[in-house]
Design a protein around this ligand. Sequence first.
Ligand code: SAM
Ligand code: SF4
Length: 325
Amino acid sequence: MTDGTGRIIDYLRVSVTDRCNLRCVYCMPPRGVEPVPHREMLTLEEIGTICGAAARLGVTRVKLTGGEPLVRKGCPRLVEMLKAIPGIREVTMTTNGILLPRMLGELTAAGLDGVNISLDTLDPVRYKALTRYPLEGDAREAIHAALGAGLRVKVNCVPIREHNDRDLEELAALARDRQLDVRFIELMPVGMGAALTPIPGEEVRQRLEAAFGPMEPYQGVPRGNGPAVYYSLPGFTGKIGFISAVSHRFCGDCNRVRLTSTGFLKLCLHYSDGVPLRELVRSGAGEEELARVMAKAIRDKPLHHDFGGKESAGWDRHIMSQIGG
Ligand code: SAM
Ligand code: SF4
């Protein structure tokens, strides 16, 4: 479907939990947040029904996120349910990778199409400082295992001044000999992220050119669900992507809405606008009725985010692990 300004909405990010097994400094406070009680979270079946309604509206791709999606019991079953919905062509996941190796068999059998693995540094000491857990080896293993299982793999890194400045070239080099893309996501001033300093995408690009040679814009078949701009580096197998939401606002091409783990259909990352669907689905509403309510809300999707703006009315105060990125 299209929103009120004609943008085609065909991509849904579904947060399956607000819980996480890491505490990344830009996403979660050290002790985490009070978890949403289980009864307030959508069941897997309720998520399935809402995704069925979304498919009726033209959503073709779903990304499972969180918190950490793999800490939610039944994630592979959810993948299988979503893949069975007519119209859903692709189900992917963004994960920190810690639980991925042990769940890969079930996830690939369920039909998972790809994974984005979040990894901000390959240095064990800085990984522990960034995530507050000494699990860098597990995240590396996740990349290896996902490639081995034949999944499409992207590695996502958020460059942050004084945290992983020194690690960006080494992370990019993962794409040199491996069939994966490495993407640099500009830190957004959401939750804990607001207190840290982003390294702008352009600076990262210049540094990678200095290290590896000139970048060529990639113009082949689309590689993802949205706003990343991809480049080729000399001798590299995979591509390097940049998602620079703050320095290059790309809201005019926004193609997505979000579903939180409590069943709120969220229209823009930055604003609290949206519509609660949980009680509706619990009251027995079917896909058709849900689709009607969702379509009405999507028509009013905000025009653009206002990161860096001064007018704070309507801003969402949730932290990223509650929104799903
Ligand atoms: N736990 C999973 C993971 O880390 O991939 C999924 C949820 S996480 C909230 C989704 C993505 O959001 C991750 O790639 C993470 O790096 C990114 N993220 C979290 N806080 C952010 C921020 N303030 N700015 C930009 N990206 C952020
Ligand atoms: Fe957890 Fe992902 Fe947030 Fe890190 S970025 S704390 S892994 S939800």
